[in-house]
Write a protein of this length. Structure first.
Length: 336
C-alpha cells in the first residue's frame, strides 16, 4: 500500500513550510513510523521554535473506528465517572481525576472559582471533566470536534455538550463570552495552534482565564528522542516554553508551569532509554488485536531492580528531567 501521508519523506525541505508559523526556516530532523501505512517526517522550525509533522486526516478516522486505539482508556474512565455522577458523588470524581496531573492542574486552578462563573471545555472527549464541574453546580458547556463524542457525552451527562471546531472563528464567536475556558490534551493535535488559541482568547471576557496543557519540546530533547510517546495524529506539534509569550503576550498575561518533579517518574524516564524495543517493525493501522504486552525477560527484571534501587537516590544522583506532557499554561485575558 502507498503511504497516505500528505507529505512524504522524499519531499525536499525547501518545499516544506512550518504548519504553525508559515516560515520556510524548517529542517527535517528525522522520521517517525507509528503505523506501517503512515510515515511522518519530523521538522524543527527555527522561526517559532516548534517541532511538528504534517497532519494526515485519513489516519484519524481509522483510529476512531478501531477498538485498540488509545481512545479506549477514555471510555473506561468515562464509565466510572458516569456512575459516580448519577450518584452525585463529586468528591470521588475529584479524587479519580486528580490522580492524573493534567486533570489535577485544571481542578486545582479552578478550586476558588465563584459559583456564577460561566465555563467552556474545548476537546471534552467523553465529557468526564465537564461532568465534574457540572456535579459542583457550575454553568459549563463541553465541546468536541467529534459529533460522536459529543453525542455520547450527552447520553452520559445530559444536555450540556455541543460539537465545535475551535479553529472556526465564526462558530466560536456565536457561542458568546466565558469567564473560564480550558482544554486538556488538545492544542498539540490541532492544525493551527495560533488560530486555535486566538479563538479561545476571543471567547473570554476581559480578566477571564484560559487553561491548557501541551507537549513539551524540551522534555523530548532531554531524552534524545525525535518525538513524544504519542504518535500523530494524537500529537502533531511539540512546543518550546517561549512559544506562548512570543505569540500571545499582546492579548493575555501568560504563566508557564511544569508538572512537579517526581523521583519515581524521573527514574522511569531515565531507564526507559535503556529498554530494548519489543517490536522494531511498526504495526498496521488495520491490525485489530491489541499490541503484545512487553515480556518479563531478564533485561526488564534487571531494569526494574535498578529502578527500585535508584528511586531513593534519584534526587541526588540523576539530572531532573521534565515530563513530556507536563507543560501547563495559564493565560489571563487583558482588557480589550
Ligand atoms: Zn514555525
Amino acid at each position: 500500500m502507498e503511504p497516505m501521508t500528505g507529505k512524504s519523506d522524499t519531499d525536499p525541505d525547501s518545499n516544506v513550510s512550518c504548519r504553525i508559523c508559515g516560515s520556510h526556516r524548517v529542517k527535517n530532523i528525522g522520521r517517525i513510523d507509528p503505523y506501517k501505512e503512515f510515515r511522518f517526517p519530523v521538522y524543527d522550525c527555527s522561526e517559532c521554535g516548534c517541532r511538528f509533522v504534517w497532519r494526515d486526516h485519513a489516519i484519524h478516522d481509522r483510529l476512531h473506528a478501531c477498538d485498540t486505539s488509545p481512545y479506549h482508556w477514555q471510555i473506561s474512565l468515562a464509565n466510572r465517572i458516569e456512575e459516580l455522577y448519577h450518584r452525585h458523588n463529586h468528591q470521588e470524581i475529584k479524587k479519580i481525576l486528580s490522580q492524573t496531573m493534567k486533570f489535577r492542574f485544571i481542578i486545582d486552578k479552578l478550586a476558588l472559582l465563584p459559583d456564577s462563573a460561566k465555563m467552556l471545555e474545548i476537546g471534552c472527549s467523553q465529557g468526564y471533566v465537564t461532568a465534574y464541574f457540572l456535579s459542583c453546580g457550575y454553568d459549563i458547556t463541553g465541546t468536541d470536534i467529534s459529533e460522536a463524542a459529543v453525542s455520547r457525552s450527552g447520553e452520559r451527562f445530559g444536555d450540556h455538550f455541543l460539537a465545535l471546531n475551535a479553529e472556526d472563528k465564526e462558530r466560536c464567536r456565536d457561542l458568546g463570552r466565558f469567564d473560564v475556558i480550558f482544554s486538556i490534551g488538545t492544542v498539540g493535535c490541532v492544525d493551527n495552534p495560533v488560530v486555535f488559541i486566538n479563538n479561545l482568547l476571543g471567547m473570554l471576557k476581559p480578566g477571564g482565564m484560559l487553561l491548557f496543557n501541551c507537549p513539551d519540546l524540551q522534555s523530548v530533547r532531554e531524552s534524545d528522542a525525535v518525538w513524544a510517546g504519542s504518535p500523530p495524529p494524537d500529537v502533531i506539534t511539540l512546543f518550546p516554553e517561549t512559544f506562548w509569550k512570543d505569540y500571545f503576550s499582546g492579548p493575555a498575561t501568560i504563566e508557564v508551569s511544569y508538572e512537579p518533579y517526581d523521583h519515581r517518574k524521573n527514574v522511569k524516564l531515565m531507564l526507559s532509554r535503556f529498554q530494548p524495543r519489543q517490536n522494531t517493525s511498526p504495526r498496521s493501522i488495520w491490525e485489530t488485536s491489541p499490541p503484545p504486552l512487553p515480556s518479563k525477560n531478564i533485561h526488564s527484571r534487571v531494569v526494574h531492580a535498578i529502578e527500585v534501587l535508584l528511586i531513593p537516590l534519584s534526587g541526588r544522583l540523576l539530572p531532573k528531567k521534565r515530563l513530556v506532557y507536563g507543560q501547563f499554561i495559564t493565560m489571563i485575558k487583558k482588557p480589550e
